[in-house]
Design a protein around this ligand. Structure first.
Ligand code: C2O
Ligand code: CU
Length: 464
């Protein structure tokens, strides 16, 4: 990692002040001042971790002192606060992926907040409006920092959720390690220009095929987040009845069995699994995509059967996401393309030194001090439909910050209109995403295959 010296950005104290402003703007909740929560400290650290057979891997990054970043728990509609303390010699930030936060809390350097340098801190505070499974990661030097470990899962609880007998949270990601268990180069340009560079070691919660106990005959809520920088998954569950109950933090309109369900980096899956009745029976969550299918994690039935029934599970409560009005919605054309134009890297938080991709023909790596013009300037409160077209031969998980959209239609498949923040668009697909521009600020839109993001497939909307 590179050592960067402090620049003349806002100091941490000023930044904390800005956090306070973000708060009161969002402080719709009475008694906020009294209820101000103790901040959760998320301190970045370089550690050693056992990720591969060969022995401990050096220069692994995490939040905390050891092991994977903690699962961060919040409650829908209740104030949350976290203090990012930077303990590594690389500037960083935290982005709360999928959570509709005030713009100042969004963690994108330059666009909304200063870098947090080694030894400095930044206070995040917001009230999550939606319940579901989300995740957090830096938005600075992301290929390196996320590639080395800084990806954690967020659970936003809803007190009105139906009762499960157990909950399992799974953070899915790979590592680029050599035979000696040490990091190898994070990407290869020729792969960045295609699917992205795959990891060599695959993990769930930083383990190879971990096993978790769950009550026999019980209902398990399995939350999985794809926090990998590259890999697209196709999920299947063997050994038990399972239903997809939510995707990307939002309940699905109709539950369905995860039969090779494809999800990309940034996306989340919530399953209700009915454990087998016999003690010791094994249920496996598998990735069946590509030529090397893999068991990601297993559940083992324990105890006497609870005899639960999947059909008894009440539906999850919908999140309060505004519906775009089709009559008055304005359309935004968005074309994803490959470009061969070369841009020099700015070295800090910015590009990888290549430009392979573009949105509406403009390649931009994002997180740079010289943003391009916004893709569009949106009017606060107005409905929009993004007409997105994939002109490339690869799939792209396209993520919008700050607002959730509804998938209205696709040229290649039936969609049961899910609400989401990340859409995995297939080659040659055209899709319509409807949303209300109800969150003011500058909001990134980018591919979550980080090599695509950092080699041009990034843009942003301005909502004012
Ligand atoms: Cu997961 Cu720009 O973010
Ligand atoms: Cu992409």
């Amino acid at each position: 990692m590179t050592v960067f010296t402090r620049r003349k950005f806002l100091t941490a104290t000023a930044a904390a002040g800005a956090a306070g402003i973000g708060l009161s703007a969002a402080g719709k909740f009475a008694g906020w001042a009294a209820a101000k929560p103790e901040p959760l400290v998320l301190k970045t650290a370089g550690i050693e971790a056992k990720l591969a057979e060969a022995g401990p891997t050096r220069n692994v990054l995490t939040y905390g002192e050891a092991g994977p970043p903690p699962v961060v728990r919040m409650r829908k509609g209740e104030p949350f606060a976290a203090r990012l303390v930077n303990g590594i010699d690389d500037p960083t930030t935290i982005h709360w992926h999928g959570i509709r936060v005030p713009n100042k809390m969004d963690g994108v350097p330059f666009l909304v907040q200063p870098y947090v340098y080694q030894g400095d801190h930044f206070d995040y505070a917001f009230t999550p409006p939606d319940a579901g499974t989300f995740w957090y990661h830096p938005h600075c030097n992301t290929l390196e920092q996320m590639g080395h470990g800084l990806t954690g899962v967020i659970v936003v609880e809803n007190p009105n959720d139906p009762a499960f007998d157990s909950e399992v949270v799974i953070n899915l990601r790979d590592w680029r390690l050599g035979d000696d268990g040490q990091f190898i180069e994070q990407f290869r340009p020729r792969d960045a220009a295609k699917t992205g560079t795959y990891g060599t070691v695959r993990t769930a919660n930083w383990l190879d095929q971990p096993q978790y106990d769950a009550p026999a005959g019980g209902l398990v809520r399995l939350r999985a987040a794809i926090t990998d920088v590259t890999r697209i998954y196709a999920f299947r569950v063997d050994g038990a009845a399972a239903a997809v109950i939510a995707l990307d933090g939002n309940p699905v309109p109709q539950r369905f069995a995860p039969d090779a369900l494809q999800l990309g980096p940034g996306q989340r899956l919530e399953l209700a699994i009915r454990m087998p009745d016999e003690e010791g029976a094994i249920v496996s969550l598998r990735d069946v995509r590509g030529t090397k299918p893999k068991v990601l994690a297993t559940l083992r039935a324990v105890g006497k059967s609870l005899k639960r029934d999947l059909r008894d599970l009440r539906p999850l409560e919908a999140n309060p996401v505004a519906e775009a009005d089709p009559g008055s919605a304005k359309h935004i054309a968005l074309a994803l393309s490959a470009t061969a134009e070369n841009v020099p890297g700015d070295g800090i938080c910015g590009s990888l030194g290549y430009s392979f991709w573009a949105i509406n023909k403009v390649p931009w790596p994002g997180d740079t001090p010289d943003p391009t013009a916004p893709l569009a300037e949106l009017k606060l409160g107005q409905s929009y439909v993004i007409d997105m077209e994939n002109l490339t031969p690869h799939s792209h998980p396209i993520h919008l910050h700050g607002m959730s959209f509804k998938v209205l239609s696709s040229s290649t498949r039936q969609v049961q209109p899910p609400i989401s923040d990340t859409y995995l668009i297939q080659p040659d697909e055209k899709v319509q995403l409807g949303f209300v521009a109800d969150n003011p600020g500058d909001w990134l839109l980018h591919c979550h295959i980080i090599e695509h993001q950092k080699t041009g497939m990034t843009s942003y909307f301005r909502v004012a």
